[in-house]
Design a protein around this ligand. Structure first.
Ligand code: SF4
Length: 327
């Protein structure tokens, strides 16, 4: 009874697309990032920092999204945009983030006593190349709908929103806001900059996008009727920016909310599985070794060294535990 009480006190209550995709890609990485969240300081803080480690490629994508939003903000406020500063702005964002992650590498190397596998991401040549890629994609984004239409004044009623905004759904905090909202006639468009995505969105990804409408319906001044929304993603794929869009219906929003409830249930079950003793050996590893390549725990997790072997060892351990129970 006592165990359950403590577990309930720390149980997960936040949903976002990034949390969902981390849980689906690697339950262990999810637990390391969020399972210890309520216990601050000391080693738990180190765990959080290691979990927050991002690859240089991911930092480039984040920097790109940041400068696109800065460009739109400057337009909205009537501020002059200095195009010649673009590469510097992107470089500062990437180098600043790499610098903040430096202490994470030092902690990992102190623990393992050897150079971290993650170090290869930080060479100057690699950063130069990433800045070039981001500049190219930035200029292409400015020529793409809806950004071009906003900058040229064809879209006049538009708003930017932060992804940190929270929407309440029962006891859960959802981060489901779009990056950009605009009106064309009777239709309200809600859009996320996905920065990089696959050509065809799966059913799950579609539903994640329709969750934006639940956020919008709770906002003063935006339509309450889901049928008035067009849900969109601007994403980079195959060397160019593409738009995915689909008209929303009541059914889409209902299905998105069902998906969120089912995710929250899965997150709580995973959290219970960790238990009070915080036994990580029970928590499943990544589905694909590509996930391990950009994971901050790569140096210290058995999956980071050899995912296939680590999975075999884990299932052998589970079998021996299960046979012990029935003896
Ligand atoms: S190294 Fe791989 S298995 Fe281990 S936590 Fe990271 S993604 Fe998961």
């Amino acid at each position: 009874m006592e165990t359950r009480k403590v577990a309930l006190a720390n149980r997960p209550n936040t949903w976002s697309i990034s949390r969902r995709s981390l849980m689906n890609q690697c339950p262990r990485a999810w637990i390391l990032k969020y399972g210890f969240a309520k216990r601050q300081g000391g080693f738990n803080q180190h765990l959080r920092n290691i979990s927050d480690w991002s690859s240089a490629w991911r930092l480039m994508q984040r920097a790109l999204r940041g400068v696109i939003i800065d460009r739109l903000t400057a337009h909205h406020r009537g501020n002059r945009w200095k195009e010649e500063d673009l590469a510097g702005k992107i470089r500062n964002r990437i180098i600043g983030a790499l610098f903040r992650q430096k202490s994470v590498l030092e902690i990992i190397e102190t623990r393992t006593g050897k150079a971290s596998e993650l170090r290869s991401q930080t060479s100057t040549r690699r950063v130069d190349r990433l800045v070039e890629i981001a500049c190219y994609r930035f200029h292409a984004a400015l020529q793409s709908h809806p950004i071009k239409d906003i900058l040229d004044g064809r879209i006049t009623r538009w708003y930017l929103f932060s992804r940190l905004e929270k929407t309440k759904l029962q006891n859960y905090d959802l981060h489901i806001s779009p990056d950009l909202v605009w009106f064309s006639g009777f239709t309200c468009h809600v859009l996320r900059f996905a920065v990089q995505d696959v050509a065809r969105l799966g059913e799950d990804k579609r539903l994640e996008n329709f969750a934006m409408v639940e956020w919008a319906r709770n906002q003063i001044g935006l339509p309450a009727n889901p049928e008035r929304y067009m849900v969109e993603n601007l994403y980079w794929n195959g060397g160019k920016w593409k738009i995915w869009k689909e008209k929303c219906t009541h059914r889409h929003v209902e299905d998105a909310i069902k998906m969120i409830y089912s995710d929250m249930k899965a997150m709580r079950e995973l959290h219970y599985k960790l238990g009070l003793s915080c036994d990580l050996s029970q928590i499943p590893l990544a589905k694909n070794k590509l996930t391990c390549r950009s994971c901050g725990h790569r140096d210290t997790c058995p999956g980071g060294e050899n995912l296939y072997l680590a999975k075999l060892e884990q299932s052998a351990l589970e079998m021996s535990k299960a046979s012990g129970k029935f003896r």
